[in-house]
Ligand binder design. Structure first.
Ligand code: ASP
Length: 501
């Protein structure tokens, strides 16, 4: 008895120490990035990148103005009007670049740039390394232990109902806030720039995106839920395909009696081994998180540039953050009322995963830790967590859905357009689809936002307006995405009354 209590205290102390180390690393990373980020950015060739981006912005504006010449001459003239300001900025940056190349780069800043990048990459890669085996083993074990197909159906139904309901609430919170605060009125889009992957989405419709989620992109048969080659899909880290395959495979194993049990036991042990490897990766978390935070801030030009972006889009940033906080509170209420859990304790036990989500900006890369925190720290059974979490990491994105809605209405406001009630309903629907369609990787939501914009007839160039700050908001919404999955696992567990294996 005493030994058990001692073990518990030891574990809690270890957990607290780990968490403290992560928070300290995050703060140190942020301080380095904010204060020294600009020097790191200069040493890492930031000016060259900025020149290229500004040149592309000029080309994009000119091209778009040309295309609109007949249809909308006023807009064409407005876009052309932006060009001189961009060109004057371009001249400034070129001059700075010339001056810099004479002075040479700071060795220290270059080392800081390389070192933080190395730490961040290594951590991210080690996490991603765990994802494929973890999804496969945890899904097969989860499904196998659910047993009866009817029971799998019940859990599946509860999970999908929870995902849809919370996503819809998120979108509605976003729409109400953005309509009330009106952050888009008067927003300046002089330097708005659209990336290639956003452009490539222009032809896709909402239904097309949903079909692509199932079948994959027409020219890439291994990118959807049902790929033509599971190994190729795994190699592309197509988590949804792995989930689907493992789900059916796990279900099939349960019908084989003793022969199936041998294989299930194999995957059970493999799952436990991978979880042990995840623990090892966690030893490296503080270093990795330090690197990710510092490098990501530096990559965007350091504190000065960040402050500039935030002030320019302050109201929009505040709206998204407020929405995410409200959605977070809603999830806590759901956790308390439906999951019958103690919210504060649950959050504390989820902190490692949430902070990793905040720094990686990727639900998929964080999945190993999400599973670890949900099963081992919050005590949700593996059979539910193994099913809900991998699925949630790819399709359940509360934060992304909220952000898609806010961003679309923001863009409409910036263009002086008033959206009708019908258009808002279309946004509700398409933002939900766009969140489902977004992969659990950094800034995926920005790309799928094209379907929301095209559905209500907004130009995709509007995305350029929010591009500069997206890396930051992406980190924040990823936290909500992950927390939504964790709460979902707790809620589904409470409502599925199944005999444990
Ligand atoms: N980065 C988000 C995630 O991985 C997706 C997005 O909103 O872009 O959950």
């Amino acid at each position: 008895m005493k030994r058990k209590a001692n073990g518990k205290v030891k574990r809690a102390t270890g957990e607290l120490a780990g968490l403290t180390a992560i928070i300290v690393a995050m703060v140190l990373g942020a301080v380095l990035g904010l204060l020294y980020g600009r020097s790191m950015w200069l040493a890492g060739g930031g000016l060259k990148e900025e020149i290229a981006r500004l040149e592309m912005t000029v080309a994009q504006k000119t091209e778009r103005a040309k295309a609109l010449e007949e249809k909308d001459p006023a807009e064409a003239a407005r876009l052309r009007g932006h060009v001189p300001e961009i060109e004057s900025r371009l001249a400034e940056v070129r001059q700075l670049q010339e001056q810099r190349s004479k002075e040479g780069v700071s060795k220290l800043a270059l080392v800081a740039w390389e070192f933080t990048k190395f730490c961040g990459d290594l951590f991210l890669q080690s996490l991603r390394l765990m994802v494929v085996p973890l999804v496969v083993t945890s899904m097969i074990c989860g499904i196998a232990s659910l047993g009866d197909v009817r029971h799998i159906g019940r859990v599946g139904f509860l999970t999908v109902a929870y995902f849809l309901a919370t996503t819809l609430v998120a979108v509605v919170i976003g729409i109400v806030l953005v309509t009330a605060i009106r952050p888009g009125v008067g927003a300046d889009d002089t330097f708005a720039f659209v990336t290639k992957n956003v452009q490539s989405q222009e032809e896709t419709t909402a239904i097309g995106t949903l079909l692509n989620v199932v079948r994959g992109a027409p020219d890439d048969p291994n990118s959807g839920m049902i790929p033509s080659n599971i190994l190729a899909a795994g190699a592309e880290m197509n988590v949804l395909a792995l989930i689907f395959f493992s789900l059916v495979f796990g279900g099939a194993l349960t019908t084989l009696g003793d022969r199936g049990k041998v294989v299930i036991d194999f995957f059970d042990a493999a799952n436990a081994a991978i979880m042990k490897m995840v623990h090892l990766v966690m030893w490296f978390a503080p270093m990795g998180i330090f690197g990710l935070v510092a490098f990501n801030i530096a990559k965007k030009g350091g504190g000065e540039a960040f402050a500039g972006e935030v002030t320019k889009l302050g109201k929009y940033v505040a709206t998204v953050i407020l929405g995410l906080v409200l959605q977070g509170v809603f999830l806590l209420v759901v956790l308390k009322l439906l999951g019958k859990r103690r919210p504060l304790e649950f959050v504390m036990h989820s902190a490692e995963a949430l902070l990793t989500g905040l720094t990686t900006g990727s639900s998929s890369a964080t999945l190993p830790l999400t599973i670890e925190c949900t099963e081992e720290k919050n005590g949700v059974s593996g059979r539910i967590a193994g099913f809900v979490l991998p699925l949630g990491a790819t399709v359940n994105m509360n934060g992304t859905a909220l952000y898609e809605a806010v961003a679309a209405v923001f863009i409409a406001q910036s263009l002086g357009m008033t959206l009708t009630f019908g258009a808002l309903l279309v946004i509700v629907l398409t933002a939900t689809l766009a969140a489902i369609g977004a992969a659990g990787i950094p800034e995926a939501g920005l790309v799928t936002m094209v379907i929301v914009l095209t559905a209500v007839g907004l130009p995709i160039t509007g995305i350029g307006l929010i591009l500069a700050i997206d890396w930051f908001l992406d980190r924040l919404r990823t936290v909500n995405n992950i927390f939504g999955d964790m709460v979902g696992a707790a809620v589904v567990e409470r409502y599925e009354a199944a005999p444990a294996r």
